[in-house]
Write a protein that binds this ligand. Structure first.
Ligand SMILES: C[S@@+](CC[C@H](N)C(=O)[O-])C[C@H]1O[C@@H](n2cnc3c(N)ncnc32)[C@H](O)[C@@H]1O
Length: 301
């Protein structure tokens, strides 16, 4: 059988190769697929497939990659060249201090959301007597599991809840809680926004809602537009449809003086300032690493 493509990683019947032979081939395939950091991604794929660190790839370049591992690498490379996010290929992602399982039913947690958590931790630990917390639209569980992990010493004080409309997302969040030893710390419920909590009131509601305007969905990177769940992204015509509903419904689910923290999209802060009714007061807007107003903090009054 002839090997047709010059850059093909593996022939029909793969034979073992060395790390130093495989790495540049993967890099070349990634460059051809238009990935921004082909070298870095090649290193990440190889190190994950071979259970090595990235440094190991260079410390032991003559190490043999078995035919079985080559097959695995080949499948991963093809998926990545189709712009499947690396996190879905590896089945995991890192968020603040925790490793999370991810799959295409959940958004890959983002660095901006790490800031949302940072702001929440500050609020919870700064004498606000926050006890009952809801992570609305939990996805992989990134937000609530980080809070539970980083505030373990406050475990007797905090009562943690998380919800999502997506059953598979909730299943994964559950699994992540289990892996982190937090299964009994968080109550998970499925349903549309506050429906699973008809009578509950919280001291803090945190939400990273879907906020991408429909017209922008197609313009996002292929990793996002083709592979991440629409339910996690789609914010309606102006991106604010879900946010508007949350702002309307949240006051009924907040104790007096309770807090609502939202992650928002670029350019949405101005609209948000005009949105709250008399029961919610915008306290602060926090900027992300790119100086974009990304987090809105409201208080119920
Ligand atoms: C932007 S993602 C955030 C996921 C996760 N919290 C994070 O920050 O990585 C939005 C999440 O909200 C969920 N969602 C969308 N519409 C919803 C609704 N009407 N009610 C409850 N959850 C919803 C999606 O399934 C998705 O998991």
């Amino acid at each position: 059988m002839k090997n047709r493509g010059k850059t093909a990683l593996i022939k029909r019947k793969p034979v073992s190769e060395t790390v130093k032979a495989v790495l540049p081939k993967v890099q070349k395939q990634f460059a051809a697929a238009g990935l921004e950091n082909p070298r870095l991604e090649a290193e990440l794929i190889l190190s994950e497939a071979l259970d090595l660190t990235r440094a190991d790839l260079y410390l032991a370049p003559e190490r043999t990659v078995s035919a079985a591992r080559l097959r695995k690498i080949h499948a991963w490379v093809r998926a990545r060249a189709r712009r499947v996010p690396l996190a879905y290929i590896m089945g995991k992602s890192w968020f603040r201090e925790i490793e999370l399982l991810v799959n295409p039913s959940v958004l890959v947690p983002r660095p901006e959301t790490e800031l949302l958590v940072e702001q929440a931790l500050e609020l919870i630990t700064s004498g606000n007597r926050i006890k009952k917390i809801l992570d609305l639209g939990t996805g992989s569980g990134a937000i609530i599991l980080s809070i539970a992990t980083e505030l373990r010493p406050l475990r007797d004080r905090l009562r943690l809840f998380a919800s999502d409309l997506s059953a598979p997302a909730l299943k994964l969040a559950h699994k992540n809680a289990q892996r982190l030893g937090l299964r009994n710390r968080i109550k998970f419920r499925r349903g549309d926004l506050f429906r699973p909590f008809p009578k509950d009131k919280f001291d803090l509601i945190i939400c990273n809602p879907p906020y991408i305007p429909d017209s922008e969905l197609k313009t996002l990177m292929p990793e996002v537009s083709r592979h991440e769940p629409r339910l996690a992204l789609k914010g309606g015509k102006d991106g604010l449809e879900i946010i508007r509903k949350i702002m309307e419904q949240a006051p009924a689910h907040l104790h007096l003086g309770g807090w609502l923290m939202l992650e928002i999209g670029k350019g949405q802060a101005q609209s948000l300032k005009r949105m709250p009714g008399p029961e919610l007061k915008l306290i602060r807007l926090a900027k992300d690493y790119h100086k974009i107003e990304r987090i809105a903090i409201f208080q119920a009054g």
